[in-house]
Write a protein that binds this ligand. Structure first.
Ligand code: NAD
Length: 324
């Protein structure tokens, strides 16, 4: 049933149009395609369903598809068929090549021009720009919207989305992204969401090493770990890694350091993100001496078999001769 509101004044009329727009985007159930149902994507797709959207899903893992099917999603064998059924398609995939290949396959037989494609994977902003050109040459829209907040944020629908695209595209996707996140920020044109994500994660990788180095030195000098952590967290050294994710066991109850560095944000993923930072820094001739060094340190951890451990394992690596 169409909603019609008749108003006598221009101000009331504008207000009523806004109300109609909100009701049509916020409340209505949309057909949403979701490709990549892993640690992040599985929760994100589930949260969209909880908000009443109809999910069309694909993953190369049968188990991942079965999990979503059990919650009511429709599973597809081809992403091109999934895209034809969807108002929005979200991709949450491991890396540049997989994302680029997925978009080539998904759009090979043409696209529905009203579909908006949203990539939430962490990839190179230049790859974003080339996919955007390819998708728009076929008549549809494509934006980047990478996330921060990790697996807990994906599960609890509290992710931060960093959106790269036009203002109109940002407005068109905001209500859908709000089903999966709390903060949806427009960062600028295509690729700027990824630029924000990569720079944030470069800083995260560096600061975790900084906290580990300082904690290790303080402990070796004879300071009590909790005493020193309390000092940092009420002084100028304070940061997310020291306060909410301290790499020393026994300091932050919920940190992976208390669980043998299992779960959390893997060394593999921070290494991948620092690799992306190194790539864009080289292409833009920007010095990132600490980012480059952090990349080498996490690569060393990977070569020691610590790739699947949380990245705060860098503290354990520094203090512990068993890894050397
Ligand atoms: P994951 O490895 O758990 O999930 C990736 C999923 O993609 C898997 O289910 C895999 O089977 C599927 N897949 C692989 N190739 C495919 C293909 N060709 N077609 C369809 N499906 C395919 O990874 P994740 O932790 O969910 O991360 C996904 C993305 O989100 C990555 O780009 C990552 O950098 C980014 N990210 C992860 C986190 C995190 O904390 N895990 C946080 C922010 C951003």
């Amino acid at each position: 049933m169409a909603l019609r509101i008749v108003c006598t004044s221009p101000a009331m009329n504008a207000l009523s149009q806004t109300l109609v727009r909100c009701m049509s985007t916020q409340g209505a159930s949309k057909n949403i395609g979701f490709v990549g149902l892993g640690n992040m994507g599985g929760h994100m797709a589930s949260n969209l369903m909880k908000q009443g959207h109809k999910l069309h899903v694909f993953d190369i893992s049968k188990q991942a598809c079965d999990n979503l099917k059990a919650k009511g999603a429709t599973v597809y064998e081809k992403t091109s068929d999934l895209a034809q059924k969807s108002d929005f398609v979200i991709t949450m995939l491991p890396n540049n090549d997989i994302v680029a290949n997925t978009y080539n396959e998904m759009t090979a037989n043409g696209v529905n021009k009203d579909t908006i494609f949203i990539d939430s994977s962490t990839i190179d902003p230049n790859v974003v720009k080339s996919i955007q050109k390819m998708v728009s040459s076929k008549g549809a829209r494509f934006i980047d919207a990478p996330v921060s907040g990790g697996v807990p944020g994906a599960e609890q629908a509290t992710l931060t989305f960093m959106v790269g695209g036009t203002e109109a595209e940002y407005k068109a996707v905001k209500a859908v992204l709000e089903c999966m996140g709390k903060r949806i920020t427009h960062c600028g044109d295509y690729g700027m969401g990824q630029a924000a994500k990569i720079c944030n994660n470069m800083m995260l990788g560096i600061s975790m090493i900084g906290v580990s180095e300082a904690m290790n030195l303080a402990i070796r000098l004879g300071l009590n770990p909790q005493t020193f952590a309390d000092i940092i967290n009420s002084s100028t050294g304070r940061c997310w890694a020291s306060e909410l994710y301290n790499p020393v066991p026994g300091i932050t109850a919920t940190a992976p350091a208390n669980n043998d560095y299992k779960g959390g944000f893997s060394t593999d993923l921070i290494t991948k993100d620092l690799g992306l930072a190194s790539g864009v820094a080289t292409a833009s001739n920007t010095p990132i001496p600490l980012g480059g060094m952090a990349h080498q340190i996490y690569r060393t951890l990977k070569s020691k078999g610590l790739g699947n451990k949380d990245f705060s394992v860098v503290y354990d690596f520094m203090k512990n001769e068993k890894h050397n």
